[in-house]
Design a protein around this ligand. Structure first.
Ligand SMILES: *[C@@H]1O[C@H](CO)[C@@H](O)[C@H](O)[C@H]1NC(C)=O
Ligand SMILES: *[C@@H]1O[C@H](CO)[C@@H](O)[C@H](O)[C@H]1NC(C)=O
Ligand SMILES: *[C@@H]1O[C@H](CO)[C@@H](O)[C@H](O)[C@H]1NC(C)=O
Ligand SMILES: *[C@@H]1O[C@H](CO)[C@@H](O)[C@H](O)[C@H]1NC(C)=O
Ligand SMILES: *[C@@H]1O[C@H](CO)[C@@H](O)[C@H](O)[C@H]1NC(C)=O
Ligand SMILES: *[C@@H]1O[C@H](CO)[C@@H](O)[C@H](O)[C@H]1NC(C)=O
Ligand SMILES: *[C@@H]1O[C@H](CO)[C@@H](O)[C@H](O)[C@H]1NC(C)=O
Ligand SMILES: *[C@@H]1O[C@H](CO)[C@@H](O)[C@H](O)[C@H]1NC(C)=O
Ligand SMILES: *[C@@H]1O[C@H](CO)[C@@H](O)[C@H](O)[C@H]1NC(C)=O
Ligand SMILES: *[C@@H]1O[C@H](CO)[C@@H](O)[C@H](O)[C@H]1NC(C)=O
Ligand SMILES: *[C@@H]1O[C@H](CO)[C@@H](O)[C@H](O)[C@H]1NC(C)=O
Ligand SMILES: *[C@@H]1O[C@H](CO)[C@@H](O)[C@H](O)[C@H]1NC(C)=O
Length: 745
């Protein structure tokens, strides 16, 4: 086994390249610090990353291998320490640039050095050019078939290898990766995984292998006691031997969905006594042995949807799962459930029975007897008709959330059933073919959320909604309403969010929202509105509390001069004007709503940066979506007056590949200190199970430039990887790498 040594020439070159950036380092560091402070609030999802950061930031000498934590609770207590350490480390120590391979883009994410070589048609990992401090190595979407050993002393924490051509995982490839925490090999052609592959990684927590054609395994699949999360979704697994999980006994989450398992025999899961989350969706299961789950006493969530389990003895299968809280048996072909199906699952809080033909279900018998703890029940699309008796929910006294969407129902049946659920907080009656509403809303003292969308409500129902004075959320979208009378919401003084989208309202009645004094969010997408809100809809109120307004898909007539919105909306922070056929925006368009932090202008026909001069009036802007417009160039200077900008979505515009793109890229990296500002410039995150290909920000060469380039123009001669001969289209990341613009660094 030969370990490759670092190459001096590369090191030299890399050093020279970064000399100029040192100066700016300090400024960027301050910016990063500010962001760090903000981001601490969101630290939980990136637990694994942050825990490891403790060791990176703490000591200059090589830290010990990451502490192995079997339980996340232990990890939580360390977070407090982490905060203190990072703060002081950030104040005292500058984040220095590290080595970066020629074909890759490198940057810091928080305090971690990310090397992004994704989507680069590479056939090998650029071992010689990697910094030994590389924290995340992103090799997604290349043509790599083999992994040679990594250089010694590399401190890699996360390895991304999704969408490559690997065929096996061997010990030799990962030998010495002492610090590895997370590894992703999804979407390869892996048939074999050496059980010892991660022997040298005593802290491995996450392993993603989804979408690989694994061969049948006769022995323990993997020896890795620390592993908490294993994703084996869509791996062609037909059979699990009884020792499959023998040496991964700490697993907390396991996804086996979409494997043609057909049956679950006793044995394989017996070693997973720590398992809390199990997914077996879409496994063509027809049988599950009553002993299959007999040792899963810690299981809290089971998803076994989309299987053929019509004849399953649910009671025996579920009996051992004494801590089960969440059960999803959507689309399992069941037509009925025995009265004692859930008799032993005393802590079941959430039950999803959706997409089953349950018109024979004796709701009263099954749910009435043994679901005393149940808080949420999903019976959507179950073809329930008149089978709900008056007594049906009598014993489900804790039920707060009920979903009856997609069941064709009669208002009169519903009226009877719902009378017994006065404590309901959330009710969904979407797509129930209701022409009238049930006359029962007077019993609901606590109803906070009501969804009656997608019902062909035509006649006057207004008076039936009237008693819902505690309502905070009302969805009346797509109900075929052409008119909403101005006393409809008169009593709903607690309403915070109102959705009226998809009704062809054309105009809104005078005084319609006059009594909605607490309204914060108003959604009026696709309502065929020609003018945005008339001040008269608010009665004589001078100011509203509305902070979010959605007007997507309306053929709005935008004024040539002056404000789009009335002064009543000056507290507005979030505005959606996507798909509104907007061509031109005058520079004072948002003058009355200059507190905007999020603006969506996606799907319009805006062309030319001059037409974005309204940006000068929005000092608090944080997010702007300009995707799917007609922009051909961009200039970072237009964001001068928006110092808080955190994300700019420019995807789906016909950008020309030219130096304005390199300039915008450099602006993001150097002035904003974070490439994530440009949405789609790189993978948005490395969340487990997420989509692995996300670089969608692209441009196309104009014809002449392109012709010169493929004729062997020198601008590309010093590049290892010549641009594709076939298409003039590039991701920004790729263009920036191959362009010869006069960069600032
Ligand atoms: C796998 O687990 C079994 C049972 O705990 C143990 O005897 C065996 O040594 C383990 N194998 C490895 C390679 O850790
Ligand atoms: C389940 O069976 C169907 C029909 O035989 C097949 O099309 C499908 O691919 C199978 N599912 C899996 C996960 O193999
Ligand atoms: C409600 O529960 C009680 C005791 O648990 C039982 O006697 C009664 O039959 C149940 N009612 C319904 C409608 O199932
Ligand atoms: C109700 O079920 C429908 C269809 O399954 C789903 O789209 C909707 O999100 C559910 N609503 C709630 C409140 O759970
Ligand atoms: C409404 O339910 C029908 C089946 O009853 C289904 O085909 C349709 O897609 C559903 N519509 C929506 C908007 O959910
Ligand atoms: C608006 O609310 C007030 C006070 O709650 C009430 O007196 C008035 O009648 C309501 N307006 C309408 C149109 O119902
Ligand atoms: C409701 O609209 C009518 C005209 O359509 C108007 O006369 C009346 O004042 C409005 N009511 C309120 C409370 O604004
Ligand atoms: C705009 O936001 C600032 C800071 O959040 C706030 O003080 C000010 O009152 C807001 N302006 C309006 C009109 O709501
Ligand atoms: C902007 O609107 C488009 C189209 O309606 C939508 O797809 C996109 O998610 C929205 N962007 C944001 C950031 O909400
Ligand atoms: C806007 O248009 C796009 C593309 O036609 C569509 O995907 C999106 O759903 C639309 N947005 C809304 C809110 O209707
Ligand atoms: C600004 O938008 C108008 C359409 O209103 C368009 O004619 C003009 O060309 C745009 N400006 C630039 C520089 O593209
Ligand atoms: C990727 O590399 C292969 C050869 O390794 C080459 O045939 C192919 O054209 C390259 N693709 C692109 C998009 O550069």
């Amino acid at each position: 086994m030969k370990v490759q040594r670092r190459n001096n020439r590369v090191e030299e070159k890399v050093k020279r390249g970064w000399e100029g950036q040192r100066e700016r380092g300090k400024e960027r560091e301050r910016e990063r610090e500010r962001r760090e402070r903000k981001e601490r609030k969101n630290v939980l999802p990136i637990l694994a990353t942050t825990i490891a950061a403790v060791s990176t930031t703490m000591s200059p000498s090589p830290p010990p291998p990451p502490i192995i934590m079997a339980k996340m609770t232990t990890a939580l207590s360390l977070l407090a320490i982490f905060f203190i350490i990072t703060t002081s480390a950030l104040n005292n120590e500058e984040l220095v640039e590290q080595e970066c391979p020629v074909d890759c883009h490198c940057h810091y994410f928080r305090v971690n050095w990310v090397t992004d070589c994704s989507d680069s048609n590479l056939t090998t990992i650029p071992y010689n050019e990697l910094s030994h401090n590389v924290y995340v190595l992103d090799m997604n979407d290349n043509n790599i078939a083999d992994i040679s050993p990594f250089p010694e002393s590399i401190k890699l924490r996360r390895l991304q290898m999704a969408h490559n051509q690997l065929t096996e995982l061997t010990y030799e490839s990962f030998a010495g990766l002492t610090y590895l925490l997370d590894a992703d090999f999804s979407y390869n052609a892996i048939t074999r995984v050496d059980p010892e592959a991660f022997r040298d990684s005593p802290g491995l927590i996450t392993l993603e292998l989804q979408h690989n054609p694994l061969d049948e395994v006769e022995e323990p699949f993997l020896n890795c006691r620390t592993l908490l999360y294993l994703d084996l979704n869509s791996c062609g697994i037909r059979h699990l031997n009884t020792r499959f999980f023998y040496n991964t006994t700490n697993l907390n989450k396991l996804d086996l969905s979409h494997n043609p398992l057909q049956k679950i025999e006793p044995g394989p899961f017996d070693h997973l006594t720590n398992l809390e989350y199990l997914k077996l969706n879409g496994c063509n299961l027809t049988y599950v042995s009553p002993e299959a789950f007999s040792h899963l006493e810690n299981l809290r969530q089971l998803e076994i949807a989309d299987n053929e389990l019509k004849t399953l003895n649910w009671r025996s299968v579920l009996t051992p799962l004494v801590r089960l809280e969440h059960l999803d048996i959507r689309k399992t072909g069941i037509t009925n459930l025995p009265g004692d199906a859930f008799a032993k699952n005393l802590y079941l809080l959430q039950l999803v029975l959706a997409d089953n033909e349950l018109w024979h279900l004796d709701v009263e018998d099954t749910l009435g007897h043994n679901l005393h703890s149940l808080q949420s029940l999903d019976l959507s699309n179950c073809n329930l008709q008149d089978r709900l008796s008056e007594e049906a929910f009598r014993n489900a006294s804790k039920l707060r959330v009920l979903n009856l969407s997609g069941n064709p129902m009669f208002a009169s049946d519903l009226t009877a059933v719902l009378r017994h659920l006065p404590k309901l907080h959330k009710l969904s009656l979407s797509n129930c073919s209701l022409r009238k509403l049930p006359d029962t809303f007077d019993v609901f003292e606590h109803l906070e959320e009501l969804d009656i969308s997608y019902n062909p409500l035509s006649d006057a129902f207004v008076s039936l909604l009237n008693p819902l004075s505690a309502l905070e959320y009302l969805d009346m979208s797509y109900c075929g309403l052409g008119y909403v009378a101005n006393n409809t919401f008169a009593q709903m003084t607690f309403l915070k969010q109102l959705i009226l989208s998809g009704n062809e309202l054309h105009t809104l009645e005078e005084g319609l929202f006059a009594n909605l004094t607490r309204l914060e969010s108003l959604e009026l997408n696709n309502c065929d509105l020609k003018a945005p809100l008339d001040p008269k809809v608010f009665g004589d109120r001078q100011l509203t509390d509305i902070i979010e307004l959605k007007l997507s898909g309306n053929p709005l007539m935008v004024p040539d001069e002056g404000s789009l919105l009335p002064t009543q909306l000056s507290k507005l922070e979030i505005l959606d004007l996507s798909n509104c056929s907007i061509l031109h925006l005058n520079k004072n368009m948002f003058a009355t709503s200059n507190n905007l932090t999020q603006l969506n202008l996606s799907g319009n026909t805006i062309s030319g940066v001059e037409n974005l001069s309204f940006l000068k009036t929005l000092p608090r802007l944080e997010h702007i979506d300009l995707s799917n417009n007609n922009l051909r160039t961009i200039n970072p200077k237009i964001f001068k007056a928006n110092p808080r900008i955190l994300s700019i979505n420019l995807m789906g515009n016909p950008f020309i590949c030219n130096c304005s793109i390199a300039e915008t890229w450099d602006w993001a990296v150097q002035e904003k200190g974070d490439l994530h500002v440009l949405v789609g410039s790189q993978l948005a995150n490395f969340e487990t199970g997420s989509v692995k290909r996300r670089k969608n920000l692209s441009c196309a060469y104009d014809e002449e430039t392109y012709r010169n380039m493929i004729d062997g123009n020198q601008s590309t001669a010093n590049r290892k990887h010549y641009p594709s001969q076939f298409t003039p289209s590039r991701t920004w990341a790729k263009y920036v790498r191959e362009s010869n613009c006069n960069r600032r660094s």
